[in-house]
Design a protein around this ligand. Structure first.
Ligand code: GTP
Ligand code: MG
Length: 138
């Protein structure tokens, strides 16, 4: 089984969508094996999204991710990384397939409700950034 890292972003926690989003993950066969609600500092958000540091929206993205609490989580399942990205839908909600989380809940390309790792290496790094091994209960 594969593991991936997920964030329920501030626009979604603010609207009490954590349960509805988790139901989408579970219905797709992804098990939530770790989960916690945190409020990131801007520095933490900046380090997490360092790969996007040169993009024009980087500062806005970090401000947003630190604006309100998020739920960080680890999802486990067969092909968890690609399955999670399928359930999330395209980055821009106007391109997201019907029934996906972003199609149903995202407010804009920036405030798009969820993050999901894009590859095994980034999944491992992102999980280790927020969780210790004993917090993962598969
Ligand atoms: P993540 O799972 O959050 O990494 O999304 P992604 O892999 O679908 O998109 P990408 O890694 O390219 O971008 C990371 C995040 O930056 C997106 O989820 C958005 O929140 C934000 N973002 C991407 N493009 C834009 C943009 O054009 N404007 C703004 N404001 N934010 C953007
Ligand atoms: Mg990404």
């Amino acid at each position: 089984l594969e593991r991936t890292f997920s964030i329920i972003k501030p626009d979604a926690t603010r609207r009490n969508l954590t349960g509805k989003i988790n139901a989408k993950f579970e219905d797709a066969g992804l098990r939530i094996i770790a989960q916690k609600r945190i409020h990131m500092t801007k520095a933490q958000a900046g380090a997490f999204y360092a790969v996007h540091a040169e993009r024009p929206f980087y500062d806005e993205l970090c401000e947003f991710m630190a604006s309100e609490p998020v739920v960080v989580q680890v999802l486990e399942g067969e092909n968890a990384i690609s399955k999670n990205r399928e359930v999330m839908g395209a980055t821009n909600p106007s391109d997201a397939a019907p029934g996906t989380i972003r199609a149903e809940f995202a407010e804009s390309v920036g405030e798009n409700s969820v993050h999901g790792s894009d590859a095994p290496e980034t999944a491992a790094e992102e999980i280790a950034y927020f969780f210790s091994g004993t917090e993962l209960v598969g």
